[in-house]
Design a protein around this ligand. Structure first.
Ligand code: PLP
Length: 450
């Protein structure tokens, strides 16, 4: 790659003049112009290379520019660029079959969308029509997308400016042992209390009014909250008891991120609907969807499903999903995630937690880890306040800058940094990235006051 700062300047100039960016005050941002990417790295027009510990928005699970995936999209484009959802299409049929083969239980049919928000939106729609009920329960500290229903379902500050949102969404607390909303002493007690809290929420809301409980199997952006042993099985049981649909939002946790095709496989739990997007084809072409149980699918055997999208099951997107799943199998990518997690991430993060007073807790599984950073390890006061921005978030901005200076692109959110690289990242690359993170955390240690 030959650096081309002039081109970079042009890209930046057009961006600032004409691109309206998501989640941003437009005058306060200066997006980095990107010249190219390969594997676990991307680089700018100056030639500075970054090891990506974010997988962009935790979606580039197969890494950048995988040659077989690029070739599959090129072949699919030459064959059939587009066809309406009402036709049977080769790539669409095959993608649906392959996803169904990988999904647990009787989840055998796939409704395709363009991304995650449309997946959670349509899953809620299916659950409401299937049950004839109106409410959906979701957790605080969750993200489900930015369309009307999915942002209302979201349990983080991104919901606030979109309120009052849609009717019928009720938030409850999920388990989070390190910052327990139930003041639990350990994970087992957290599990028990969280399930009791859910039962009581259902009691006072009226079980007969609740269509669905929607949960991120492992909460992603809001903290990599791994459910304690028994929690998801407990949710399944509660749903069965009351005829409530269990929706697993695996937009971020699925397709390799947790070392499984579907994160629920880690706990052997079978939801009624699974939402996917991101890792299904690593965003090479936009794609998401809902995998549907036989029972819910049967509701729409003789009754029209009142939902659709012009690009539902887009041939290029589906062809890239087929190719991506094949590559995962051929290259043992799930195995890579499990092996590198066990041999590099878990032990190295444990060392980092021991060494740095600003690291309150490390938690995760697969290639899905969080470092929960604190100002005081005793009180667990977060390094920066919930939803901090601007000067209040300075310690996190400094951490990100220290990582970037050494060529590591970090994922940061509130008081946490997440380790969420592409699932193809090698043990050597992972070790290199964790070494950089280790050094960068000296910056956050300086803010420890406890
Ligand atoms: N659900 C979860 C768990 C997510 O992490 C996201 C995106 O980050 C979404 C839904 C929304 O997906 P999209 O941005 O593709 O609409």
């Amino acid at each position: 790659f030959v650096p081309d700062p002039e081109k970079g300047a042009r890209v930046a100039q057009d961006d600032r003049a004409h691109v309206f960016h998501s989640w941003s005050a437009q005058a306060q941002i200066s997006p980095l112009p990107i010249a190219g990417a390969s594997g676990s790295h991307f680089w700018d027009f100056e030639g500075k290379r970054y090891l990506d510990f974010s997988s962009q928005l935790v979606n580039v699970n197969i890494g950048y520019q995988h040659p077989k995936l690029v070739a599959a999209i090129q072949e699919a484009a030459a064959r059939q660029c587009t066809i309406a959802p009402s036709f049977a299409d080769e790539s669409r049929s095959e993608a649906a079959r392959m996803i169904a083969e990988r999904a647990p239980g009787s989840l055998d049919k796939v409704f395709f969308t363009n991304g995650g928000a449309e997946a959670t939106e349509n899953a809620m729609r299916m659950a409401k029509l299937h049950t004839g009920r109106n409410k959906v329960l979701t957790t605080y500290r969750s993200y489900h997308g930015a369309t009307a229903g999915s942002i209302a379902a979201t349990g983080d500050p991104r919901r606030w400016a979109n309120e009052p949102g849609v009717a019928g969404i009720v938030h409850f607390w999920g388990p989070y042992p390190y910052r327990s909303p139930f003041h639990s002493a350990d994970a087992a007690q957290e599990c028990e209390r969280a399930l009791q809290h859910l039962r009581e929420t259902i009691m006072v809301e009226g079980a007969h009014t609740i269509a669905a409980i929607m949960l991120e199997t492992v909460v992603g952006t809001n903290g990599i909250l791994v459910p304690p042993e028994g929690y998801l099985a407990g949710v399944r049981e509660i749903c069965d008891e009351h005829g409530i649909v269990y929706i697993a939002d695996e937009v971020m946790a699925g397709f390799g991120r947790c070392g499984e095709w579907f994160a629920v496989d880690h706990w052997g739990v079978v939801p009624d609907l699974i939402c996917f997007a991101k890792g299904v084809n690593s965003g090479y072409v936009p794609l998401g969807g809902v995998v549907i149980s036989a029972e819910i699918a049967a509701t729409f055997d003789e009754r029209v499903f009142p939902g659709g999208l012009t690009y539902s099951g887009h041939p290029l997107a589906c062809a890239s999903a087929v190719a991506s799943m094949r590559i995962f199998d051929e290259e043992g990518i799930l195995e890579n995630v499990r092996k590198v997690a066990d041999t590099v991430i878990a032990p190295r993060l444990a060392e980092i937690a021991d060494k740095h007073p600003s690291v309150g807790e490390v938690r995760g599984l697969g290639f899905f880890w969080a470092l929960d950073l604190v100002r005081d390890p005793e009180t667990r006061e977060p390094l920066v306040p919930y939803n901090a921005s601007g000067p209040a978030a300075a310690p996190m901005t400094e951490l990100a800058a220290a990582c970037k200076a050494e060529g590591l692109w970090p994922f940061t959110h509130f008081n946490r940094t997440h380790v969420v690289p592409p699932c193809t990242t090698t043990a050597e690359e992972m070790a290199e990235g964790l070494d950089i993170l280790d050094r960068a955390l000296d910056v956050t240690d300086r803010h420890v006051t406890g």
